[in-house]
Design a protein around this ligand. Structure first.
Ligand SMILES: [Zn+2]
Length: 297
């Protein structure tokens, strides 16, 4: 990694530690926040910089892409076609698609019976050779969004981004706490993709500097022991302190066997990885997986 790229990453990481949120530009380029912004005016991820995106026109209708809008092969009997009436979520997503294409050039979209798949790429930093690829599934009928992140560069195929801050067991992105209102279903897809972009940037920081920058949520004590460095922010919920100063000693003093069993039981064996169908889609980019195979809960 070039020195200038590394310096930019480090600067953004320091800002995240201070609760200063960077701006996300077209193509998923992350820029440090301007120094004039006071950290005191910003909260945790809720204060995510919505203003950094300009309002985008919402006029253009659904676009066909080279990927096509074919329904997934197989599971749908001929009589079972998509409903004629669009649901509110469907209408909103389709109407925002133009804005998504503008914010993330090269976006590809596939429509299925149950929802929409988006393939987007984020460059993260000017001069960075690897890019983040996101495969995002939006189920209209179940009002669920899942996304998976992958690294890609010119030499290697897609490599899953994880396991830190991904969901059990499917390895999908966990970019914010669902309970804190950072983003809720029905919110702007561009903002959601920006949150995923920031999540990938934090992963890049972890990859380069070995440390997750900024606040985070890691609820299981055993998971904190496994994953958190003591100079990272603690994930306990009152996480304005570093792990080493907050919960580490408490976590270590607990029964680690009991905690490990609890963690493994609650967290689907403690293992995370994308479903094979998602991996294949990331490699081939021809036909997205069926929602019914993925969004079981
Ligand atoms: Zn703590």
């Amino acid at each position: 990694m070039e020195v200038t790229v590394k310096a930019a990453l480090q600067k953004i990481g320091r800002q995240l530690d201070e609760n200063i949120f960077p701006r996300v530009k077209s193509g998923g380029i992350v820029m440090p926040s301007e120094p004039a912004v006071s950290p005191l005016t910003l909260g945790v991820e809720k204060s995510y910089d919505k203003a950094s995106r300009q309002r985008r026109p919402k006029s253009r209708s659904w676009e066909r892409t080279s990927g096509g809008q074919r329904p997934a092969r197989g599971p749908w009997p001929p009589g079972q076609t998509a409903p004629v009436v669009r649901t509110g979520l469907q209408a909103q997503c389709e109407d925002e698609l133009n804005a998504v294409h503008e914010a993330y050039p090269g976006t590809r979209a596939w429509r299925q019976e149950e929802g929409l798949w988006l393939l987007t790429e984020s460059s993260l930093l000017p001069g960075l050779l690897q890019r983040a690829l996101f495969l995002t599934a939006i189920s209209f009928s179940r009002a669920i969004v899942r996304s998976w992140g992958f690294w890609e560069n010119f030499l290697a195929g897609p490599v899953w981004i994880g396991p830190r801050h991904t969901n059990f067991p499917d390895g999908s992105i966990c970019a914010f706490e669902p309970t804190d209102g950072t983003w809720v279903i029905g919110g702007s897809m561009v903002e959601l993709l920006d949150l995923y972009t920031l999540w990938a940037l934090r992963h890049l920081h972890l990859q380069v500097f070995g440390r997750w920058p900024g606040r985070q949520a890691v609820h299981y004590p055993y998971e904190r022991i496994l994953e958190l460095r003591e100079d990272e922010y603690c994930g306990c919920g009152k996480s304005d302190e570093l792990y080493g100063e907050c919960c580490r000693d408490k976590d270590l003093a607990r029964s680690q066997v009991a905690d490990a069993v609890h963690f493994i039981t609650c967290a689907a064996g403690g293992l995370r990885k994308p479903p094979d169908a998602v991996m294949r889609f990331a490699r081939e980019r021809i036909e997205p997986p069926r929602f019914s195979d993925l969004l079981v809960r």
